[in-house]
Design a protein around this ligand. Structure first.
Ligand code: UDX
Length: 436
């Protein structure tokens, strides 16, 4: 089947490359000519492990092409995915759907053959109805159906997540659209991927509910970590102990500096807005958003405490290791490092930093931070070393070297990747999250 993917950002590109890898003919469309030119030249606009190779092999096989020409790109496609951005709208936190609707309009104006239009972008409940209305108005003659098919890709593991999903969710009330979507995903059924067909509105809500629930899990364990610190318990054990209960599940119970990224912060806010509009408040999610925001800044205070408090901290130097919101990505959106660096700057602390992939995006967000080209050069002269993001490269630092380079042996581990006993045995003053 020919598949058109409108929007060649993170989701569109990963999905398009994976569909091509399944054997479909895929055209990735984007209105940004610079992006399409670099994709044609094999340069990825984002950092995602394995993506460049996957794109290259499918381009070579002739199954994956790129274009800025939407009418040509959708010509003959049986499924047309909308995978453009839905950022938080400035001012009110609602999802900004202008890109989605503009694409729907353009598809409507140029569609010649029967096709299923699939929203892959994360869109609030009811967006599918509006897309359907726009299409029908723009092009009343052609047969089409609108389906919702949310993505559940994690940055850094997106290709595996796409190819081995826990589930595929498709929202449509239309029999023909179901058939088309079955055909689109058939190659995945070999991997025993379950497909859940549901109504369009349920499907749209599933995406938000899933992300909100995961945000709740993370925030819950983060608060347990704070409590652990007060009562002398170990959050890692608490997490293991509750996670072994199949009803709770062990994943997403890793305490840390608070969640960030392109999805959780934006999607929880958008869910709150929908809930408000329908007068069905989701108070748990409201609390989670507040608690998580406050946590990022609180992490800055934790570092200041490790330096000996506000007065002692002024004029000292802190090395931040890892700036991206999580490892294996260059994404800085809502990364805890931003709030931490800001809190340190406000307290008169000098900050040096290193991140394996994120410094390009980080630098403009934290003008006061001095970027260094390795972990060890960031550590040089530091009064405290802070692990903000758990990149593998920071899991086995040469602690003797760290001690020699740093001015003081202070390690603040916001991801609990070191063993307190071992690090303290090396003579470090060590603080982590929720551990005695
Ligand atoms: C998330 C969802 O996992 C994915 O299904 C959805 O499609 C998009 O949003 P992503 O934002 O890429 O994916 O990252 P994820 O690995 O889920 O981590 C999100 C944030 O939560 C990160 O800041 C991470 O550090 C944090 N996190 C995650 C924790 O602090 N503890 C955990 O146990 C898990």
């Amino acid at each position: 089947m020919k598949i058109a993917m409108v929007g060649s950002g993170y989701v569109g590109l990963v999905s398009g490359a994976c569909f091509a890898d399944f054997g479909h003919e895929v055209v990735c469309i984007d209105k940004d000519p610079a992006k399409i030119d670099s994709l044609k030249a094999g340069i990825m606009p984002i950092y995602e492990p394995g993506l460049a190779e996957l794109v290259a092999s499918n381009v070579k096989a002739g199954r994956l092409t790129f274009t800025t020409d939407l009418p040509a790109g959708i010509d003959g496609a049986g499924a047309i995915f909308i995978a453009v951005g839905t950022p938080s709208r400035r001012g009110d936190g609602h999802a900004d759907l202008s890109y989605v609707y503009a694409v729907a309009q353009e598809i409507g104006e140029h569609l010649q053959q029967p096709a299923v239009i699939v929203t892959k972008s994360t869109v609030p409940v009811g967006t599918g109805d509006e897309v359907e209305r726009i299409l029908a108005e723009a092009n009343p003659g052609v047969k089409f159906a609108v389906a919702s098919n949310p993505e559940f890709l994690r940055e850094g593991a997106a290709i595996t997540d796409f190819k081995r999903p826990d589930r595929i969710v498709v929202g449509t009330e239309d029999e023909w659209a179901r058939g088309v979507m079955n055909e689109v995903y058939r190659p995945l059924f070999l991997n025993k991927a379950p497909i859940l067909f549901t109504s369009r509105r349920s499907s749209e809500l599933i995406k938000y509910a899933a992300n909100a629930f995961l945000a709740v899990k993370i925030t819950f364990i983060n608060e347990m970590a704070d409590l652990c610190e007060k009562v002398g318990a170990d959050v890692q054990d608490v997490s293991r102990g509750i996670g072994m209960d199949g009803r709770i599940g062990s994943k997403f119970l890793h305490a840390g500096p608070g969640y960030g990224g392109s999805c959780f912060p934006k999607d929880t806010l958008a869910l709150l807005k929908t809930a408000e509009d329908y007068e069905a408040p989701t108070r748990i999610v409201e609390a989670v958003v507040k608690v998580n925001d406050a946590r990022k800044r609180a992490m800055g205070r934790k570092v200041i405490e490790a330096l000996g408090g506000m007065d002692a901290a002024r004029g000292k130097q802190v090395a931040l290791l890892g700036l991206t919101f999580k490892p294996n990505t260059d994404d800085m959106r809502d990364a805890p490092s931003i709030a931490i660096a800001q809190a340190l700057d406000d307290a008169g602390v000098k900050v040096t930093a290193y991140d394996p992939e994120g410094m390009g995006h980080a630098a403009p967000l934290m003008a006061h931070v001095t970027m260094r080209d390795s972990a060890y050069s960031a550590i040089e002269g530091a009064d405290a070393v802070v692990i903000v993001t758990e990149w593998d490269a920071f899991r086995a630092l040469d602690l003797d070297r760290v001690k020699r380079l740093a001015k003081a042996p202070v390690l603040v581990d916001l991801r609990n990747i070191y063993d307190p006993v071992e690090v303290r045995a090396k003579g470090f003053h060590y603080t982590s999250i929720g551990r005695p």
